[in-house]
Design a protein around this ligand. Structure first.
Ligand code: BGC
Length: 495
């Protein structure tokens, strides 16, 4: 029995942009070719940091197969392609003292070919692959990184900015910070670096924020007028639901939202500062431990001016929402590497993998808190469900539901300007190596030619782009009776 009808056809505005995305380390390969130096992900994977000792040494081999990638992007009919620049491919030691021209040419060719096909490049400057040489000098702990990043950004604006009109400084600072610097069980590079240290991740996040703001200043003061582009940052949005209506669970859910989300949003889109809740909670905990300073760095008045308003748009990556409960006495929040829990005081109880309502709610909340900032969905997608491959109904269901949520948010009055599917193709999925596949094109990693084949979801997405509309799925009585959606089972248990 169908509970919905044709009226559930959602149209996207005429100027709405559809896109697909990848990131350099996840697809390029050619890790030591043509003058590219190592990034922290080369070091991390060569030391066996990812599942099955997988590495991005070859990955999808997009460094050599980028023309095929463009064919695929073109076949989808999208208006934009989001990809990232590998910092150590163009500036091997991380500084502008040494430029690797072959690496620069790679991106120049890619940008040119996209533009020839009428596809706008959207470039992420930092999708986690920091040059190892900069990590050796302390990485994001060393404030010198702010200068390094601003120089790298200036170099990119100067070199590619006549053709590139969409710039993203950082991809998901929260994930880089927490998974790379807290000893998270699903660890990311640079890895054990910050394990059991309760300070480092706050400083990493702080320096990322300053590096972002300085790069934006460079763009606005030196390039924006002439090049006419836009610059922003990509943040993770989720919704945080209390497990019960008990006051402590409701507080834990709000606290999680502040620590994981508003801590990164409020300085840029709000008042230039960290939320009071975050500042107070950390300071209270520090005092209890007899400390004389807060682990959370202070944003100075001068820095506030620099950070506040330092984005023309927000890039939103949405994958899932969380149910949260308060910690029980003595319980540690292992999902945050035993570090953040000291300050947060909550625990994710499960992962809601397929929860479009949380998407719509979090977009609405963003508007309520920060106003009409243009929003580009820069990532949304899901990994293959067990047993699915080219035939991937679970992904189609996920994408359909989330596209409907975006269309509904637009109807609600939220200023969403674009939607990017993650990912164009299966690729190196960080700590999970090649075990998890997010592509709408399948990649055969056993084939030296890394053959790419469209999955059914590619056909689905192509049709959405072509018709600029999405039909909400009919909900069967069985679906309704089954209760809330836990539709893509997570085979990796929460530790
Ligand atoms: C990252 C992607 C990643 C995706 C799926 C996002 O956090 O930006 O690089 O592949 O999640 O896990």
């Amino acid at each position: 029995m169908s509970l919905m009808s044709e009226k559930d056809l959602y149209k996207f505005p005429d100027d709405f942009k559809f896109a697909c995305a990848t990131a350099a380390y996840q697809v390029e390969g050619a890790f030591n070719e043509d003058g590219r130096a190592a990034s922290i992900w080369d070091t991390f994977t060569h030391e066996g940091g990812s599942a099955n000792h997988d590495t991005g040494d070859i990955a999808c081999n997009s460094y050599h197969l980028w023309k095929r990638d463009i064919e695929m992007i073109k076949s989808l009919g999208v208006q934009q392609y989001r990809f990232s620049i590998s910092w150590p491919r163009i500036l091997p030691d991380g500084t502008t003292k040494n430029v690797n021209q072959k690496g620069v040419d790679y991106y120049k060719n890619l940008v040119k070919a996209l533009i020839n096909e009428g596809i706008e490049p959207m470039i992420t400057l930092f999708h986690w692959d920091l040059p190892q040489s900069l990590q050796d000098r302390g990485g994001f702990i060393n404030p010198e990184i702010i200068q390094n990043f601003a120089d790298f950004a200036r170099f990119c604006f100067k070199t590619f900015g006549d053709s590139v009109k969409f710039w993203i400084t950082f991809n998901e600072p929260i994930i880089f910070t927490e998974m790379g610097h807290c000893g998270h069980p699903w660890e990311h590079a640079p890895g054990a670096f910050g394990k059991h240290n309760q300070w480092i991740h706050y400083w990493v996040a702080h320096n990322i924020m300053l590096a972002h703001a300085h790069a934006v200043k460079v763009y606005r003061e030196e390039f924006k007028e002439k090049q006419g582009g836009q610059i922003g940052i990509v943040q993770v949005l989720s919704d945080y639901y209390p497990m019960t209506h008990k006051k402590e669970d409701e507080e834990a859910a709000e606290s999680m939202r502040y620590f994981f989300q508003e801590r990164f949003l409020q300085p840029i889109y709000g008042d230039g500062n960290y939320p009071e809740h975050v500042k107070n909670r950390i300071w209270e905990n520090c005092k209890k431990q007899g400390r004389i300073t807060s682990r959370l760095p202070e944003i100075t008045e001068e820095e506030k001016k620099l950070i506040k308003g330092s984005a023309d748009f927000i890039g939103v990556n949405y994958y899932l929402s969380h149910r949260v409960r308060a910690l029980e006495d003595g319980e540690a929040n292992i999902a945050s590497g035993n570090v953040l829990d000291i300050d947060i005081g909550g625990k994710f109880s499960d992962w809601l993998n397929d929860h479009p309502d949380g998407f719509r709610a979090s977009l609405n909340l963003f508007k309520k808190r920060y106003g009409d900032i243009p929003i580009y969905i820069t990532e949304n997608g899901v990994r293959d469900s067990p047993g699915e491959g080219l035939h991937d109904p679970s992904r189609i269901k996920y994408l359909r539901g989330h596209l409907v949520a975006v269309a509904q948010a637009i109807q609600d009055g939220v200023n969403v300007k674009g939607y990017t599917v993650w990912s164009l193709m299966d690729n190196f999925e960080w700590g999970f190596g090649y075990d998890r596949k997010y592509g709408i094109f399948q990649v055969d990693f056993n084939d030296p030619n890394r053959k790419r084949t469209p999955k059914e979801s590619a056909e689905f997405f192509k049709n959405v782009v072509k018709t600029r509309s999405v039909q909400a799925k009919s909900v069967s009585k069985e679906d309704v009776l089954r209760g809330p959606p836990f539709l893509v089972p997570d085979e990796v248990e929460e530790p």
